[in-house]
Design a protein around this ligand. Structure first.
Ligand SMILES: N[C@@H](CCC(=O)N[C@@H](CS)C(=O)NCC(=O)O)C(=O)O
Length: 232
């Protein structure tokens, strides 16, 4: 059995794991989870905290947390150079970039997602949006500094850190909160990723449109069909 990635819509951070799987080029399947309606119920058997992404491995074990999933994908494809050998300076750089993105950068959007879900309370929503705008701008500033003099986040070629950024780097524009062109190194990376076939593929997958895989995608599988495959 191929690994199965559980990805969330809309605007999931799991987008990055789809991009990484495409870059890897090995067989995989996808299971689509609508985060507005499907996080409850049976999905809790895949991810008890009811978050996406999750990756089911060949033996039925589940890996959660984007960083762990992405490093699992990177470790599969030495030839694809999505990661680096442990002990090297590039390996440290990759872990540093991934840690920053999955903590500080991801968390800076927390208030904005709270505001997004908030149905009423215009005042609270405004407060959350103000806090979010400030946090997101600071996180972009930090990322811009990290990218100084570098084409990609973690070294001389694109890695799973860039794949992850392709997903969460969209959020500033989605929330219309920060003009990313004010951060030239970040903007350069966004533009470089924008036309990448794997990013185009992941966008089409999220939108539910026909998507052209580089070769690894073996189709969607419904959640009900995956549950019996779970490791005991
Ligand atoms: N630390 C986790 C965060 C996972 C997470 O919060 N995922 C979001 C989507 S980006 C989610 O599932 N949200 C649904 C919810 O909280 O209701 C990771 O990096 O995988």
């Amino acid at each position: 059995m191929e690994p199965i990635l559980f990805y969330g819509i809309p605007q999931g951070c799991s987008f990055g794991s789809i991009v990484a799987l495409e870059w890897l080029g090995e067989p995989y399947r996808l299971c689509r989870i609508d985060m507005m309606t499907e996080l409850g119920g049976a999905y809790g058997r895949i991810h008890p905290a009811r978050k996406t992404p999750a990756l089911m491995l060949e033996d039925g074990r589940i890996v959660t947390e984007s960083a762990a999933i992405l490093l699992n994908i990177a470790a599969r494809g030495e030839g694809r150079k999505l990661g680096f050998a442990p002990g090297s300076a590039d390996f440290d750089r990759l872990n540093q970039a991934l840690s920053f993105l999955t903590t500080t950068f991801f968390a800076s959007f927390g208030p904005l997602w709270r505001a997004y879900k908030q149905q009423d309370g215009a005042e609270t929503r405004q407060l959350l949006q103000n806090v979010g705008a400030d946090d997101v701008a600071k996180a972009h500033q930090q990322l811009d500094a990290m990218l100084e003099g570098r084409e990609w986040l973690a070294g001389p070629h694109k890695t799973v850190a860039d794949a992850y950024f392709a997903g969460i780097g969209r959020w500033a524009n989605y929330h219309r909160i920060v003009d990313q062109r004010a951060f030239p190194n970040v903007w350069r990376l966004i533009e470089a990723l924008d036309h990448d076939p794997a990013v185009i593929f992941a966008r089409a997958i999220e939108a539910g449109e026909p998507a052209m895989s580089a070769g690894g995608f073996r189709g969607h599988v419904p959640l009900a069909d995956v549950l019996p495959k779970l490791a005991a």
